[in-house]
Design a protein around this ligand. Structure first.
Ligand code: SF4
Length: 191
């Protein structure tokens, strides 16, 4: 080894070595399905809480946009009771066709790889923040013919990938309508 060179990276620089995984639309509401954006661009309180606590943001790509595109339909955020039926059918069903499952498991596996890399080098990965009631990123609550107390399609695949990789991280859902609860959740994960 030449003098002055290290054999492995140590990351003892300005970084906090703290990261949280967040659903894409937390920082980009433009990606949401038609009718379902609840802010112009970002959720400011979440962003402020993360910046204040020096938590790096691992924003995963929007699975619905990546697989179904911007013109996807199937859900109307004005009616949560299941009364709205679009001819395309439920978003959850569109995301869980075999090709959709394959796409989602690929995204999940890549996230697992990144998380394992962070952990390998001693970074703290606080957890994953999905979106309550999303048919895709919902955690314990998704939209499927009304509100359904189950995970969305991507979270199902992510949990499977975590289990296979032996990763045990908190996976929690943010609530569009409860900014203070979201901030409390970030505090809890960072405590
Ligand atoms: S909840 Fe998930 S699928 Fe829906 S817009 Fe956000 S990132 Fe995309």
């Amino acid at each position: 080894m030449k003098e002055g060179k290290r054999s492995a990276p140590v990351f003892n620089d300005a970084r906090s070595k703290k990261v949280v995984v967040v659903a894409h639309c937390v920082l980009n509401q433009n990606a949401r399905i038609d009718t379902c954006a609840t802010a112009p661009a970002v959720f400011p309180k979440i962003l402020e809480a993360l910046v204040e606590r020096q938590i790096g943001i691992l924003q995963y790509p929007c699975p619905e946009l990546g697989f179904l595109g911007m013109g996807r339909q199937g859900q109307d955020c004005a009616s949560w009771d299941g009364s709205y039926q679009h001819e395309s059918g439920e978003v959850y069903d569109q995301m869980t066709v075999p090709e959709g499952r394959e796409y989602l498991s690929g995204l999940a596996e890549n996230l697992v790889y990144q998380i394992k890399e962070y952990k390998k080098y001693g970074f703290k990965v606080l957890g994953v923040l999905g979106i309550l009631a999303s048919p895709t990123c919902g955690v314990g609550l998704k939209y499927y013919k009304g509100l359904d107390e189950a995970d969305g399609a991507f979270i199902e695949e992510l949990k499977k990938a975590f289990d296979e990789a032996g990763l045990d991280l908190p996976i929690r859902g943010l609530n569009d309508l409860e900014p203070d609860e979201n901030v409390a959740l970030i505090r809890e994960l960072d405590s």
